[in-house]
Unconditional design. Structure first.
Length: 318
């Protein structure tokens, strides 16, 4: 049978939830949240749209694929030591770069990115992004791998996926080591593939599910386990942390990448969204996990002032 990286995400995160010690899912809070989401999904259709002022979005142009690739290569860890830094300003700055120079994100250029390149891209910021050496390395890795494996063209990787998001995630994680988002929990390999999955979802969103964003199995993607969604789910009582974990998260102590509690938070998110999707389906609302994630992320962004802090993990995966 073909490899099924998205099935692996569901299977392994479910395993973590069944053995977790510091995070559990409260199903009655989950069903209350589903009632709220029911109205959000019908009221706020814009939550499901990728075309926003801060994204470069031209469905008629293949340039959008390069834009999405660059955004999702450095789409991680915005909280550290740089208050200016967040997803929206980053996406906006990269949009301007591409508008000024359509070749800025070509593979040969990415393979030669330096910290100087980043400072030119983000010259309106008070400071360069955190983890900038890692961001430079990851961009170079993507450029070099495309040159080695796909004749320097991301379009070639997309067409090799043959309209399958699952195969796309498999090819992305095979080509780019920085996208291999997994961990070991009680001796088992656990898969999340957050940035590889969000790359597929962003292509799908940017091209309205057509052309370079046509994936026949888009519903097979899981949610994207990061900071905002667990913060939001915990705020609504869906994710419940043990006292020891709650005091660490609320005290802004670092939850170390790969430690059991961090894996449990992320796995709890994936499983909770799968359950939310099932409940909504029973109510007659057919949303993919991606769409549920986008609604939760947008609500979380809007409510973050009222919510307890998100967990702080220094990582390249989210």
């Amino acid at each position: 049978p073909p490899m099924d990286p998205l099935g692996d995400v569901r299977r392994t995160t479910s395993l973590v939830v069944s053995q977790a010690q510091d995070v559990r899912i409260n199903d009655s809070a989950l069903s209350v949240l589903c009632d709220d989401l029911y109205s959000e999904a019908s009221l706020n259709k814009h939550f499901l749209s990728w075309a926003t002022p801060y994204h470069f979005c031209d469905p008629s142009s293949s340039l959008t694929t390069n834009y999405v690739l660059v955004v999702d290569t450095i789409n991680f860890c915005f909280w550290r030591e740089a208050p200016d830094w967040d997803y929206v300003p980053m996406a906006t700055a990269l949009k301007k770069v591409l508008e000024n120079d359509p070749h800025a994100f070509d593979a040969d250029r990415l393979s030669n990115v330096t910290e100087q390149t980043l400072s030119e891209w983000f010259n309106g910021f008070n400071e360069l992004p955190p983890s900038r050496q890692e961001r430079v390395r990851l961009l170079r890795e993507v450029g070099s791998s495309l040159l080695d494996l796909y004749q320097g063209s991301f379009l070639n990787l997309i067409s090799a996926a043959r309209k399958s998001a699952s195969r796309f995630v498999q090819l992305v994680t095979a080509a780019f080591p920085g996208f291999r988002d997994h961990a070991i929990y009680k001796g088992n390999q656990i898969f999340f593939y957050k940035r590889a999955q969000i790359l597929a979802a962003d292509l799908w969103g940017a091209y309205n599910g057509e052309k370079y964003g046509e994936f026949e199995d888009i519903g097979h993607l899981t949610m994207f386990a990061d900071y905002r969604v667990p913060q939001m789910l915990r705020g609504h009582g869906v994710l419940v942390y043990s006292e020891r974990l709650a005091s660490r998260v609320d005290g802004l102590m670092e939850i170390v990448s790969g430690e059991p509690a961090e894996i449990e938070i992320r796995a709890g998110c994936v499983e909770a969204v799968e359950r939310i999707r099932r409940v909504l389906t029973q109510k007659g609302i057919l949303l993919t996990s991606v769409q549920v994630d986008w609604i939760l992320w947008n609500l979380g962004e809007n409510q973050q002032k009222e919510l307890a802090p998100h967990h702080h993990t220094l990582t390249i995966f989210y």
